[in-house]
Design a binder for this molecule. Structure first.
Ligand code: FEO
Length: 392
């Protein structure tokens, strides 16, 4: 597909990664895009570049509009290599371009590429006149890395926020009103949960910094461009940044011989009896990057594992390592499991969720070998009790 004019003289010239299914451990069932934007003004400016292997795709789109030799500025909003990975190759065809980046951006780019490029460092509040337009820069540290910043163009009411508001979707459509909102919301939530969740307070600060801007279009560096659903996506981001959840439950578990699974199902019945919606995720069949997307909206999270070799199952260990790093807040936690001897898994999981400050109001369940009828009755009652906590 060709370059797409998103505003007068501003073009999407990104690359579409149709086949990527694993983005550093995040399963991207719908692929992704790396969006770069070319601004045709007196000073020709490219905002962000491309993952290295899609450089030629981006270059062919740039060439539809202009000879790359004429590019004056490359704005690097973020160092991560999905956006900076083509700078070196681009400089070979645009040798006069100056790199505009934050202080940490310069440090990061030097560490990544070991090159003494022509840098111009900017900080929050700085501007750069490129002719008809003036670019404004706002640093948004930790959304996604310490170097992250956004570029704002007041005359076009256009925000170029790099990772923020992104989604991993590969499509030929470029705008939010061309793709189903349900899909966009799901992918934006998954993106937030897997990439941005640990930085809720920084996201709140970034939203505050951006709230005074007159924005008509948000063009992130992954996925579609927001022009019709800006209030909707801002509302979701505000909710996620505040760690707000819905009154629903998520059961994440793995099982060896079926006992932990039977407990999981019985807990589900009890919670449902209390009128609470439950989602079940068996770690044998669900990837952690998908499960974490369920975590973002669930108030009650139940974690179940049998004890194997005096500890939890490796699948639960992996999930909890991921969870600890992403640090979702304001959750009610509950732990269950089964064991033959030892039975350490439940205590270990409990310690981890208490360490990330989850509320654990109901005593855990740890059943020897196979639950009997009476035990299952108690499990069900506990499920109902947990369901009532969700409502409070
Ligand atoms: Fe899309 Fe943090 O890079």
């Amino acid at each position: 597909m060709n370059a797409v004019e998103i505003k007068p003289d501003i073009y999407w010239v990104g690359g579409i990664d149709w086949d990527i299914r694993n983005f550093h451990g995040y399963i991207t069932q719908r692929g992704t895009t790396y969006n770069a934007y070319l601004i045709m003004d007196k000073k020709i400016t490219l905002v962000d570049t491309q993952k290295h292997y899609l450089f030629e795709e981006m270059l062919s789109r740039i060439k539809e509009i202009v000879d790359p030799l004429k590019i004056d500025y490359i704005v690097s909003n973020h160092v991560e290599m999905d956006h900076s990975g083509s700078i070196q190759k681009l400089l070979e065809v645009a040798p006069n371009a100056k790199i505009i980046t934050s202080t940490r951006g310069e440090k990061g780019l030097r560490r990544h590429y070991k090159k003494d490029w022509n840098f111009k460092v900017v900080k929050s509040g700085d501007t750069l006149n490129i002719g008809e337009r003036t670019l404004h820069f706002v640093e948004i540290p930790m959304v996604h890395w310490p170097d992250s910043m956004v570029t704002y163009i007041p005359s076009d009411k256009l925000l170029l926020p790099n990772d923020a508001f992104g989604q991993h979707i590969a499509t030929s459509e470029r705008f939010d009103d061309e793709v189903d909102w349900g899909i966009l919301k799901e992918e934006a939530a998954k993106y937030y949960a897997n990439i941005v969740m640990p930085y809720g307070s920084q996201v709140e600060k970034a939203l505050e910094a951006l709230s005074g801007l007159d924005i008509e279009m948000i063009a992130p560096s992954h996925g579609i461009i927001w022009r019709s659903l800006i209030p909707q996506i801002l509302k979701e981001y505000t909710k996620w940044a505040r760690y707000e959840t819905e009154d629903k439950a998520l059961i994440v578990y793995d099982s060896m011989w079926g006992s932990t699974e039977e407990i999981a199902n019985t807990l589900r019945e009890g919670i449902e009896e209390a009128g609470i919606h439950v989602t079940m995720r068996n770690l044998k069949n669900n990837h952690i990057s998908d499960v974490i997307t369920d975590v973002i909206s669930s108030k009650l999270i139940l974690l179940g594992s049998p004890t194997l070799n005096n500890t939890m199952l490796p699948s639960m260990g992996g999930f909890l390592t991921y969870l600890k790093g992403l640090r979702p807040k304001n959750r009610i936690g509950f732990v269950f499991g089964s064991y033959g001897w030892g039975g350490q898994a439940v205590g270990e999981i409990e310690k981890i969720i208490k360490d990330i400050s989850w509320d654990v109001p109901v005593e855990s369940i740890n059943i020897n070998y196979v639950p009997d009828e009476k035990e299952l009755l108690d499990v069900r009652k506990k499920g109902k009790k947990l369901g009532k906590y969700v409502k409070n």
